[in-house]
Design a protein. Structure first.
Ligand SMILES: *Cc1c(COP(=O)(O)O)cnc(C)c1O
Length: 359
């Protein structure tokens, strides 16, 4: 049931997130399973998700920015919190004050830091992390690490979602080579969600899943082993019977071809229901898949509900936009993007309901 005053409801299942973390931890064997909760837990609410994971036994968290780290520290007094972007000049004090551990990505960041840190070696992503030349300098001049206590070495795979990519093995070997001079007691971490499913060679000392915790499929093209976390339901505002000649929405891009029924719901691109879903996306009502017709507006989407059960189609009735059988990955495929972008685009306008542990 959507509360009377709400027009759309986003339900987030904390039990499913915890079950996903447990499954990933089990897959990772002896490796520690951390949790990546950057971008507000991929848009789903780090303030609710991180404590649920901590209660389940997760002790290490990754965020992208120092501000995210400061927010997370307020919720988790004890956890180990790594900040992937590392310290910007002048932000070192914030790290110390909130007991955040930077991931050091360059000799410049290394030079400005004293204390515990993770070292990030770039091995083929060419984004963040010590480039080959800087890693070589560091290996040859250990004094550059004076005052730094390395507690973790990380690298990041570029093609982990493609089991057949030769880059996976190559990056694993380069990582072993670049980080090989560090004391053996410093744990290594290479795998994010998809990397965990490349097998034990990729688990090393720690895995760092994000997407799979939130139900996205870490093994594209194969069945999704993760439990669904998100359901998105929208109320029907208006129903109308239509016949030719009529067009629907901005730009008149959909032409009504025969007698039928349309229903308009209160979700649009301002809610992260991406505009690219116009004339391509689907919802589900009364067990029937119903297509989006016309362009997505800022606040509204219209569906062709001609084939849906007549009793379900009424103002106040509910069209499910994301749910079992048409998950985030499916909506992403229809929108021409990836599930990560759908999740992190979910808007602030939804009534949010958390179910499961601690909710
Ligand atoms: C975002 C990120 C992760 C998590 O990736 P998923 O694919 O969401 O599991 C892990 N490590 C780094 C460095 C990242 O930037």
């Amino acid at each position: 049931m959507i509360p009377p005053a709400a027009t759309a409801l986003l339900t987030i299942d904390l039990d499913a997130v915890v079950a996903n973390w447990r499954l990933l931890a089990e897959r990772a064997g002896a490796a520690e399973c951390a949790a990546v909760v950057k971008a507000d837990s991929y848009g789903l609410g780090a303030d609710r998700i991180a404590p649920a994971l901590a209660a389940a036994g997760c002790t290490t968290f990754f965020v992208a920015t120092v501000d995210e780290g400061i927010d997370l520290r307020r919720r988790l007094a004890e956890a180990r919190i790594f900040v992937l972007s590392g310290p910007m000049p002048g932000s070192e004090g914030a790290f110390t004050a909130h007991r955040l551990i930077p991931v050091l990505n360059s000799l410049d960041q290394i030079g400005r830091w004293r204390g515990a840190a993770a070292l990030h070696f770039d091995t083929g992503m060419t984004r963040l992390g010590l480039p080959a030349a800087e890693a070589e300098q560091l290996a040859g001049r250990p004094e550059l690490l004076a005052g730094i206590e390395p507690v973790l070495a990380i690298s990041h795979l570029a093609c982990a979602d493609d089991r057949d990519s030769g880059l996976n093995r190559a990056q694993r070997e380069i990582f072993a080579d670049r980080a090989g001079w560090l004391p053996g007691a410093v744990p290594r971490s290479l795998a994010a969600s998809s990397g965990i499913f490349l097998g034990p060679d990729y688990h090393l000392g720690m895995v760092r899943p994000g997407a799979a915790l939130y139900g996205l499929n870490p093994t594209p093209g194969r069945p999704n082993p993760m439990a669904p976390v998100v359901r998105l339901e929208a109320k029907i505002l208006q129903v109308r019977d239509v016949d030719t000649p009529l067009t629907v929405g901005y730009g008149a891009t959909h032409r009504v071809a025969c007698k039928g029924r349309l229903a308009t719901v209160a979700v649009g691109y301002a809610d992260g229901w991406l505009r690219s879903l116009g004339n391509r996306g689907h919802g589900v009502i009364g067990g029937e898949r119903v297509p989006v017709v016309g362009r997505i507006s800022m606040d509204l989407t219209t569906f062709d509900v001609s084939r849906a059960p007549a009793d379900a189609v009424r103002p106040g009735g509910v069209i499910e936009l994301i749910g079992p059988g048409h998950d985030v990955d499916a909506a992403a495929a229809e929108a021409g993007t990836i599930g990560y972008e759908i999740l992190t685009s979910l808007g602030r306008r939804y009534t949010r309901r958390y179910v499961g542990v601690g909710a």
